[in-house]
Design a binder for this molecule. Structure first.
Ligand SMILES: NC(=O)c1ccc[n+]([C@@H]2O[C@H](COP(=O)([O-])OP(=O)(O)OC[C@H]3O[C@@H](n4cnc5c(N)ncnc54)[C@H](O)[C@@H]3O)[C@@H](O)[C@H]2O)c1
Length: 333
C-alpha cells in the first residue's frame, strides 16, 4: 500500500487522479484550498464524490506549512503529487500575485516540507513553458526560456526551483508537462467547457487568431495514466511531456462540439491575443519509453464523453450554481 499526498485534489486533474489511486489500491489523501477561481460548487461536488469513495480531502492551502507538516507526521507519505496551482493563462494578466502566491511561494514552502521528510515529488508543469518556442513538436530538450505569459513563467520557475532542490538535497523529482487536458468534471474556465456552455445558450464564442490555432488536446484518463505511471519511475530528476501528440485545429474542435450538441455555434472571429500560443504539440517519445505512456483517446471520442457529462450534469439537480461568467473565457492552456 502506498500513501500519496495529492495537492489540488478538488481540482479537475486531482479529482480524477485520486479516484485512480484508490482503484489501484493506493491510499490517497488530498488537500485543496477550494479557491473561487471558478465555481466552488464544482470543486465541492468533486470532493463529495471523493469522500464517498473514502478518500480524505482537507481544506488546506499549500502555504499553510504547519498543517501540512502535521499531515506528514500523521501519514507516512511515499510521494507527493503536486497539482495545486493558480491555473489559467488569461487570469494571470488580471491577478498576477495569485500566481506568485500559489505557484511560487506555495511551491517553495511545499518543497521545504518535502525536503524535511525526504519524499518523492511529482509536480504539474505545462505546455505553456514552451512559450514562444517555434520548433514543433515540443521536445523536453527544447528551449523553454521564452514564456509567453506569467502563468508559463511560474511553471518554468517551478521546474528550475525543483531542479535546484534535487541538486542540493537529492530529492527524487518528476516534472510532468501537461498539454490542454479535457474531459468530464473539467474546468469551466477552459475553452471546451465555455464553448459548450455558449453553444447551448446561443451565445457567441470567441475564436482568436481567426480560429487559426491548434492545440494538443489530451483526454483526462490518458493524463491520469501518465501521472500514475510516473510514481514508480520517480528517481532522479526527469521531465516528461504528457500530451496526445496530435494537434487539433480550433475550428474542427468547434465542429465536433456542434455535432455532439446538435447545435450550430455563433462564431466571433478575432485577432490573436497577446500571450497566447498559436500551436501546441507534444513530442512524447521519452514518455512512451520511460512511462509506457500511450494516449488512447481521440478528440472525437473524448469530446463525446465530455459533452455527455456536461449535459447530464447541468440537467441534474447537482447543477453548478451559475458558472462565474467573468472567467468563463476561451482559455486554453
Ligand atoms: N488542465 C490543463 O489543461 C492543464 C494543463 C497544463 C498544466 N496544468 C496544471 O495541472 C495542475 C492541475 O490543473 P487542473 O486543470 O486540475 O486545475 P484546477 O484549477 O481544476 O485544480 C487546481 C486545484 O488546486 C487548488 N489550489 C489552487 N491554489 C491552491 C493553493 N494555494 N493551496 C491549495 N490548493 C490550491 C484549486 O482550488 C484547484 O482545486 C495545475 O498545476 C495546472 O497548472 C493543467
Amino acid at each position: 500500500m502506498k500513501n500519496i499526498l495529492v495537492t489540488g485534489a478538488a481540482g479537475f486533474i486531482g479529482f480524477h487522479l485520486c479516484l485512480k489511486l484508490k482503484n489501484e489500491g493506493f491510499n490517497a489523501l488530498g488537500i485543496d484550498n477550494f479557491n473561487d477561481y471558478y465555481d466552488v460548487s464544482l470543486k465541492k461536488y468533486r470532493a463529495r464524490i471523493l469522500k464517498k469513495a473514502n478518500i480524505k480531502i482537507y481544506k488546506i492551502d499549500i502555504n499553510e506549512s504547519k498543517k501540512i507538516e502535521d499531515l506528514f507526521n500523521q501519514n507516512n507519505f511515499n510521494a507527493v503529487i503536486h497539482l495545486a496551482a493558480q491555473a489559467g493563462v488569461r487570469y494571470s494578466f488580471v491577478e498576477p500575485l495569485k500566481y506568485v502566491n500559489s505557484n511560487l511561494v506555495g511551491f517553495v514552502k511545499l518543497l521545504e516540507i518535502v525536503k524535511k521528510f525526504n519524499t518523492k515529488f511529482i509536480f504539474a508543469s505545462s505546455s505553456s513553458v514552451y512559450g514562444l518556442n517555434e520548433k514543433i513538436p515540443f521536445n523536453t530538450t527544447d528551449n523553454t526560456d521564452l514564456p509567453a505569459n506569467l502563468y508559463g513563467a511560474t511553471k518554468k520557475a517551478n521546474e528550475s526551483i525543483a531542479f535546484a532542490y534535487y541538486n542540493l538535497y537529492n530529492i527524487p523529482m518528476t516534472c510532468l508537462r501537461f498539454f490542454t487536458v479535457y474531459g468530464p468534471f473539467g474546468r469551466p474556465d477552459m475553452a471546451y467547457f465555455s464553448f459548450t456552455k455558449n453553444i447551448l445558450e446561443n451565445k457567441p464564442i470567441d475564436l482568436f487568431n481567426y480560429g487559426n490555432m491548434e492545440r494538443d488536446f489530451t483526454y483526462i484518463d490518458d493524463i491520469v495514466e501518465g501521472i500514475f505511471a510516473s510514481i514508480d519511475k520517480c528517481s532522479n530528476f526527469e521531465i516528461f511531456n504528457l500530451g496526445n501528440s496530435k494537434t487539433v485545429n480550433l475550428k474542427y474542435f468547434v465542429e465536433i462540439l456542434e455535432k455532439n450538441l446538435n447545435k450550430k455555434a455563433i462564431l466571433n472571429f478575432s485577432a490573436l491575443q497577446k500571450g497566447e500560443m498559436i500551436k501546441t504539440f507534444a513530442d512524447i517519445e521519452k514518455s512512451k519509453i520511460f512511462l509506457n505512456f500511450n494516449p488512447k483517446t481521440s478528440i472525437e471520442e473524448g469530446l463525446k464523453k465530455f459533452t455527455k457529462w456536461y449535459v447530464d450534469y447541468f440537467s441534474s439537480s447537482l447543477k453548478i450554481s451559475g458558472i462565474n461568467s467573468k472567467r468563463s473565457e476561451a482559455i486554453i492552456e
